[in-house]
Design a protein around this ligand. Structure first.
Ligand code: TYD
Length: 192
């Protein structure tokens, strides 16, 4: 089973993942951007304010293809529970925001170019936090961590959830970390 954790910057996914590791020690924990040269390319681009958003989409997609082939597919084939900190919906939400006004209906386009080769998650835990708080918690250190950008990303996550309501569980990311972890554990247990 493939479980993904999604949310805007500063939503506290990473804290929940550390707690999940105690409950599901045999799961495969992974993340996007990956720790590979593809992931490094993406991380370099995040710090370039005028990076081309279309080039950035394809860098993230290359990293996703690498992630699928090297980690996700082999682990799923082994019957493992796979838990990924960010996955396909990060592209849908973030790159739809950065491509807004550059290409028509970016969300549909990004979904269409992933669809022939990706694997959709069985369950996505969406950590919901107001954009101002996310920007504040993340420290606003790069172009993505700005309130105005995170507002668009937040809206895009809402669009995706309304398109695929059965795949998502919404977690209020203003709750104490212990409560968020409890909800995450229950949601995963119910889907196993
Ligand atoms: P990440 O390292 O997960 O940041 P954080 O730990 O702060 O959540 O992700 C780095 C940034 O890359 C983050 O701002 C989200 C963005 N991102 C995209 O824009 N598209 C993507 O496909 C992915 C995976 C991440």
């Amino acid at each position: 089973m493939l479980v993904t954790l999604e949310g805007i910057d500063g939503s506290g996914k990473t804290t929940t993942i550390s707690s999940l590791q105690e409950v599901y020690p045999n799961a495969v924990y992974t993340l996007e951007p990956t720790d590979s040269w593809y992931g490094d390319a993406v991380r370099n681009s995040i710090n370039v304010n005028n990076a081309d958003p279309l080039a950035e989409l394809f860098l993230y997609m290359a990293d996703h293809a690498y992630h699928l082939q090297t980690t996700v597919i082999p682990a799923l084939d082994d019957g493992k529970l796979v838990i990924s900190d960010r996955y396909i919906d990060s592209r849908y939400a973030y790159q739809s925001a950065s491509l807004d006004g550059i290409i028509e209906d970016p969300l549909s386009y990004i979904e269409k170019i992933h669809q022939p080769w990706t694997i959709l998650p069985d369950l996505t835990l969406y950590f919901d936090i107001p954009p101002e708080l996310g920007a504040q918690r993340s420290g606003s250190t790069n172009k993505f961590e700005q309130t105005s950008f995170l507002e668009k990303v937040h809206e895009n996550y809402e669009k995706i959830i309304s398109k695929h309501p059965h795949r998502f569980i919404r977690i209020d990311a203003t709750l104490p970390p212990k409560d968020m972890t409890q909800i995450a554990i229950k949601s995963i247990a119910n889907s196993l």
